[in-house]
Design a binder for this molecule. Structure first.
Ligand SMILES: [Zn+2]
Length: 64
């Protein structure tokens, strides 16, 4: 889990869009880039190299 206040100030390092937190997977999602950034010990890892690419199905499921 990550802090709600922290989530409010976080943005995608690539496109600067707000991120969505996926509680189930403990990841921060950028819809525009279809990237999922990991959260380790409550610390979001906002590095493109560490991010996982999401399929369009996964992204759609998160935002429906
Ligand atoms: Zn982005």
């Amino acid at each position: 889990m990550i802090d709600k206040k922290l989530l409010d100030i976080l943005a995608c390092p690539l496109c600067k869009s707000p991120l969505r937190y996926d509680k189930l997977k403990d990841e921060l999602i950028c819809r525009a880039d279809r990237l999922a950034f990991p959260v380790r010990d409550g610390i979001p890892v906002m590095l493109e190299d560490e991010a996982r690419t999401l399929s369009s199905e996964e992204t759609d499921a998160l935002y429906k």
